[in-house]
Design a protein around this ligand. Structure first.
Ligand SMILES: *Cc1c(COP(=O)(O)O)cnc(C)c1O
Length: 391
């Protein structure tokens, strides 16, 4: 029998007793309101007329010629409003909270991308928004802190632990327990306890569903390979899931940082171990005592020491493979795509670009490699300069 909220042995609801009523209420809301035709129509309208979907499926001709192998095609999530795929999920979750009668939204953020997307939809729907963010990240991501405040959100500094994303997530979960009646917690990736991984997957699957329709333009039903970067794993699941029952090869790219040593990267599937953290069973970077080790990546959005349970399951079952790309390789791909196509990718997405170019070079010209270009790179221009200075 399949256990609810599990993907194989991964997932579950490992949370304090006090949080269970909130998770039940959310699951109930998602299964009733969230599945109603009215909700789906309203969400579709917002995705089209507010977010700007469908995002284009673009044949990167010059990049393909330069690589000299398979056709490289980009799914342009960077053109979504606010600059990444994150808005797809926030529109879904915040609209659901609104319909469930919640007045307050809380969220966690690392780089600030999820915080900005959440603050955006709260402004749109007239809800209060409080974003938990580590003090370290507040210092590093000043522009996004400004954007959130401009959108009317309150940014709450988190001073525990390493003062980064994992601590902000823990703090947001704690805050939810004490305020659950009027408050909804909006999680930014396919992580955390059930029903979040399932719900976020549904909201992000719009990416892959659009590709299914758009790819017929190339006379195909599916690409040969789909490549996406994996932080928590939401943009990757969003494009993988609609192709689960297909012949497309699915490849997730984890952040290889600057070495394979634990703590020097954010590659939980490649270098982590099975454990339980933030309410789910999955792969996490941890020491020999099971303590979570802070992650590192040049891409702030990949800087999380765990991965969503569905990816853990895809990895274990072999449906998808997971590789790593280093900081240096991602930076090179960031420049390559900017120069050849006039598209500045997010450093997160540049990890997918780097791997796609590597494999496309050895594939025949009739084949197609599809990259999920999860976001745009304006936010990274400055940190890239700092990296260059260091090199
Ligand atoms: C947050 C972010 C990611 C990583 O999150 P996933 O849940 O793994 O998709 C990747 N790309 C961009 C542009 C992001 O903002």
């Amino acid at each position: 029998m399949r256990k609810k909220g599990y993907f194989g042995q991964f997932g579950g609801q490992f949370v304090p007793e006090l949080l269970m009523p909130a998770l039940y209420e959310l699951e109930e809301g998602f299964n009733t309101i969230g599945q109603s035709p009215e909700f789906k129509d309203e969400l579709t309208d917002l995705l089209h007329n507010y977010a700007g979907r469908p995002t284009p499926l673009y044949f990167a001709k010059r990049l393909t010629e330069k690589t000299g192998g398979a056709k490289i095609v980009l799914k342009r999530e960077d053109l979504n409003h606010t600059g990444s795929h994150k808005l797809n999920n926030c529109l879904g979750q915040v609209l659901l909270a609104h319909k469930m009668g919640k007045k307050n939204i809380i969220a966690e953020t690392g780089a600030g991308q999820h915080g900005v997307a959440t603050a955006t939809v709260c402004a749109l729907m007239g809800l209060n928004c409080q974003v938990y963010m580590g003090v370290e990240d507040i210092k590093r991501q000043q522009l996004n802190v400004l954007r959130m405040r401009l959108l009317g959100a309150e940014v709450t500094p988190v001073t525990s632990g390493t003062q980064t994303l994992k601590d902000a997530t823990s703090e947001a979960m704690r805050a939810w327990i004490s305020t659950v009646k009027h408050t909804q917690y909006v999680l930014g990736s396919v992580v955390g306890p059930h029903p979040f991984p399932l719900m976020v997957r549904e909201f992000q699957s719009i990416i892959g569903r659009e590709v299914r329709e758009q790819i017929t333009r190339f006379g195909l039903d599916e690409p040969d390979v789909i490549v996406a970067c994996v932080g928590g794993g939401s943009n990757a699941i969003g494009i993988f899931f609609p192709f689960f029952h297909s012949n497309a090869e699915l490849v997730g790219v984890e952040a290889g940082g600057y070495s394979e040593r634990i703590g020097d990267n954010a590659a939980s599937i490649n270098y982590g171990k099975v454990g339980v953290f933030h309410g789910e069973k999955s792969y996490f970077l941890q020491d020999e005592n099971g303590q979570i080790i802070p992650a590192h990546s040049v891409a702030a959005g990949l800087d999380y020491p765990g991965v969503g349970p569905e990816h853990a399951y895809y990895a274990e079952s072999g449906r998808a493979s997971y590789v790593t790309v280093t900081d240096a390789e991602a930076i090179a791909a960031f420049k390559l795509l900017s120069h050849t196509e006039g598209i500045i990718p997010a450093l997160e997405s540049a990890h997918a670009v780097a791997h796609a170019v590597k494999i496309a070079a050895d594939m025949q010209k009739e084949k197609m490699v599809l990259i999920n270009l999860s976001g745009r790179g304006d936010k990274d221009s400055q940190s890239l300069q700092t990296e260059e200075g260091r090199a």
